[in-house]
Design a protein around this ligand. Sequence first.
Ligand code: UTP
Length: 297
Amino acid sequence: MKQKVKKAIIPAAGLGTRFLPATKALAKEMLPIVDKPTIQFIVEEALKSGIEDILVITGKSKRSIEDHFDSNFELEYNLEQKGKTDLLKLVNDTTAINLHFIRQSHPRGLGDAVLQAKAFVGNEPFVVMLGDDLMDITDDKAVPLTKQLMNDYEETHASTIAVMKVPHEEVSAYGVIAPQGEGVNGLYSVDTFVEKPAPEEAPSDLAIIGRYLLTPEIFTILETQEPGAGNEVQLTDAIDTLNKTQRVFAREFKGKRYDVGDKFGFMKTSIDYALKHPQIKEDLKAYIIQLGHELDK
Ligand code: UTP
């Protein structure tokens, strides 16, 4: 039966070891891109795509995520008294959202994080949006990747996983698909999904990125899913099992993706976003040109 996709899960309970020591007490999903926490971009993508309910999977040291989306009476009162209506609107915008939170008690892997959402999701298709993966944040006109997956679901009524071509030597950092043939308008049928293959064993350079549209049957599989690569319960392994009983498609993303959980990825995200930010873009451009001259010396 065809159902509408209304719910999104944002897993944000990982340890963020690639970003230590910053992530010892601070959630990496709260790392600011200029002036906006990473997770807020993701919530905005969900809302822009027509998602109505969002569940954030949190864990240890992640209190700031809940606080960010909660009201802050003192701050609001203070801004109101000072007539800072623009800032007040920015602060209020983050509280008027239908957000729910649940904790993953141990970060056993992405598959285990998604399993925590079973009761929230019920028997509906849903999307998973990774808390440290940003898409097209400098292009307001782009169709959000989550919306692209939802559009595919309207046609196929099947799970669809976002993928992207990555340099061959980097495939071992990702889940990778073995596509069946060339794909039609960027939509592929898939033979297998493999987590973190060695480059010489990778079936393609099409890597899974942080947006998934899944049917609820994934939960039954996750309940008995054994740990895989890195001794973590891998969502990719569960998707590969799902693909054996119902078709799972892959949608190739052609836009710009940012891995904020990686130090260099974070720097690129910040620079690209800052170069579009009305308050600082001109100063940053001038600074980059000056840096270029200094590096040339
Ligand atoms: P990552 O593998 O990028 O997150 O997971 P990580 O484990 O925190 O990062 P590193 O490799 O140690 O630096 C992708 C997303 O899935 C969440 C993370 O919070 C991140 O947003 N995740 C991962 C969980 O919610 N639970 C887990 O057990 C693992």
